[in-house]
Design a protein around this ligand. Structure first.
Ligand code: DGP
Length: 112
């Protein structure tokens, strides 16, 4: 499958890893929008939020259970924002479900 995040999971493309376990991987975004900008992805290919279902939602549950630990590991101490872009209007560019964790400074109020 020609998916850049599946290639990162497989180790075919290098990444700056923040956290990994059997279900998920967290790594630094290549184009950071904040001092801390981590992406958290499931280790199975789910194209976007639209692809979440009863069979795979355990990966999403696990991501949210681990986000506080990942944010702390990444150095965030004073709050953070979690964002996922889904589809055209949201400008989703990588078609593998991912959650952005943004922090490390006071973030703008306007989200679009
Ligand atoms: P989105 O626009 O929500 O689909 O965000 C995709 C993000 O993925 C974007 O912030 C840049 C990041 N990204 C794309 N390719 C790579 C890559 O090869 N390595 C890393 N670390 N991040 C990537």
């Amino acid at each position: 499958m020609d998916c850049i995040f599946c290639k990162i999971i497989a180790g075919e493309i290098p990444s700056s890893k923040v956290y990994e376990d059997e279900k998920i991987l967290a790594f630094n975004d290549i184009n950071p929008m904040a001092p801390v900008h981590v992406l958290v992805i499931p280790k199975i290919h789910i194209p976007s939020c639209d692809g979440i279902n009863e069979e795979n939602s355990c990966f999403v549950k696990h991501i949210f259970e681990k986000i506080p630990e990942i944010a702390k590991t990444a150095g965030i101490t004073n709050g953070y924002r979690v964002i996922t872009n889904c589809g055209e209007d949201a400008k989703q560019s990588v078609k593998h479900l991912h959650f952005h964790i943004l922090g490390g400074r006071s973030l703008p109020e306007n989200m679009g």
